[in-house]
Design a binder for this molecule. Structure first.
Ligand SMILES: Cc1cc2nc3c(=O)[nH]c(=O)nc-3n(C[C@H](O)[C@H](O)[C@H](O)COP(=O)(O)OP(=O)(O)OC[C@H]3O[C@@H](n4cnc5c(N)ncnc54)[C@H](O)[C@@H]3O)c2cc1C
Length: 429
């Protein structure tokens, strides 16, 4: 059965979340300089009470099942909530579902020991700490088989050496999950393992915190890290040795679709602003909304948004239905590949309709455009996801038997004429 309606009780929660985000969370971006900095007393005075309200509404960490303190809402309901949270960068932290912590929590829940869950997962779920995922290396991120950071067993300890690049939030994280070559002689996809490294372990050097766009050097949050003889207990490996790629898929599948859900919200916000401006600004004696070229920009944006949103919601539904990320890998790649273009086009049109104001730092469109590039790179570039999608589409297709395609019109016509020869003959043809 097809159903495009939201359950009224959940819709009421979404309505509450929407006004909470706009009225209580959005103003905080002008008051809190860095929401990840739990050492900031202003942040600590303002964020935890809001997180408590979210818990009281049973909307805290809804990406998690009930066994982990979440509500078990599933991905479809999370998609609807994330659309609301996508309007405001701070909102996911207030709702306990921010990247990269959601993905890291999923890894710990699936592969962590009881000790790992107690030490790392629980405080992460409680919103007391942040975490980092340290996988990409400076010499190349799109091809993880090329990574060279090693972890070598020395007695009961792993000794880690190497460099990582764009390890987001490392400067605020209490621990890092580091992808390391542990089985150098195995086939390419069985060489690496995921290892938990507490941030205060000696030997971790943050070379610099790389910023995005025009962020000042001290504002950057994507760390270039060197690991020099970093020693952690043997038990800190997550999953089995050499299964780093399997563990990575556990976190990246969810992370990619969550970004897409929030992107729907951001793109919808851009469209809403475009509509308002077109109905408010006059030129040549009439409103912008009367100009057909402006109407076209608005119509194209709505079409982009609705097609993308339906793809995201259907993919979320498939994740809930099949409970198997491998089975929906092609769908997730499709969403991931579509996302940067949709946001880029809608934010660009919204900027254009706002004229010089749109380009200025008094409106959010330039940030949205930057975000479009961000979502086209983080968790793998668009090109790689297009090839994953294409490969998944080839999977159920067989090559044509003969020289010509199976839908070749000549062959089809011949087959139809042969099949209905009696009928045609009876009617003199
Ligand atoms: C905001 C942000 C946050 C990030 N956070 C993290 C993090 O927390 N942890 C982490 O480990 N990494 C993180 N990354 C890194 C991210 O995973 C990599 O940027 C991504 O995998 C691409 O790697 P690269 O930047 O080295 O690009 P490269 O591998 O150098 O690729 C450059 C370009 O080459 C092209 N290309 C690459 N492969 C192919 C292909 N197969 N076919 C055709 N063209 C191709 C694409 O256009 C691609 O953009 C983050 C990145 C960003 C932008």
């Amino acid at each position: 059965m097809w159903d495009f309606e939201t359950d009224p009780a959940y819709q009421a929660e979404l309505d509450w979340a929407a006004s909470f985000v706009r009225e209580e969370i959005a103003p905080l971006r002008y008051v809190i300089s860095n929401v990840l900095d739990i050492g900031d007393p202003i942040r600590q005075a303002l964020i935890p009470p809001l997180q408590q309200s979210v818990r009281e509404h049973n909307l805290w960490a809804t990406h998690l099942g009930p066994e982990l303190g979440g509500q078990g809402h599933g991905q479809l309901e999370l998609a609807l909530l994330n659309e609301v949270l996508g309007e405001e960068p701070i909102a996911p932290i207030v709702f306990g579902c921010q990247a990269p912590d959601t993905g890291n929590a999923e890894i710990l829940a699936h592969y962590g020991t009881e000790q790992h869950k107690q030490t790392y997962l629980q405080p992460l779920l409680d919103g007391q700490i942040f975490s980092c995922y340290s996988m990409t290396e400076p010499h190349g991120g799109s091809d993880p088989t090329a990574f060279t950071t090693t972890a070598v067993l020395d007695g009961d300890e792993w000794v880690i050496n190497g460099e990582k690049w764009f390890s987001s939030n490392a400067r605020y994280a209490s621990f890092l999950i580091v992808m390391c070559v542990t089985e150098p002689d195995s086939p390419a996809y069985q060489r690496q393992s995921m290892i938990i490294v507490p941030s205060d372990t000696p030997g971790i050097e943050i070379v610099r915190n790389v910023g995005i766009g025009d962020e000042r050097p001290d504002e950057g949050t994507h760390a270039y890290i060197r690991y020099h003889d970093v020693r952690v207990p043997k038990e800190n490996v997550l999953g089995r040795r050499g299964e780093g790629f399997i563990v990575a898929q556990t976190r990246l599948g969810g992370g990619r679709i969550h970004h897409a859900m929030r992107t729907v919200g951001m793109a919808r916000q851009a469209l809403e602003m475009m509509l308002e401006r077109a109905l408010s600004r006059r030129t040549q004696g009439e409103l912008l909304s009367k100009k057909q070229l402006v109407q076209e920009m608005i119509a194209e944006s709505w079409l982009d948004l609705q097609q993308f949103r339906l793809l995201v919601l259907q993919t979320a539904w498939k994740i809930d239905r099949y409970q198997d990320y491998k089975r929906v890998r092609g769908d997730i790649s499709a969403v991931k590949a579509a996302m940067p273009g949709v946001l880029n086009r809608i934010a660009s049109r919204a900027l254009q309709v706002h004229g010089s104001l749109g380009l200025s730092n008094e409106m959010p469109f330039v940030d949205m455009l930057l975000n479009a590039y961000l979502v086209g790179l983080a968790d793998g570039p668009t090109e790689v996801h297009k090839t994953t999608l294409a490969r998944s589409l080839f999977r159920d297709v067989k090559p044509a038997d003969g020289l010509f395609p199976s839908q070749h019109i000549v062959a089809q016509r011949e087959a139809a004429l042969a099949r209905y020869a009696d009928v045609l003959a009876a009617h003199g043809r």
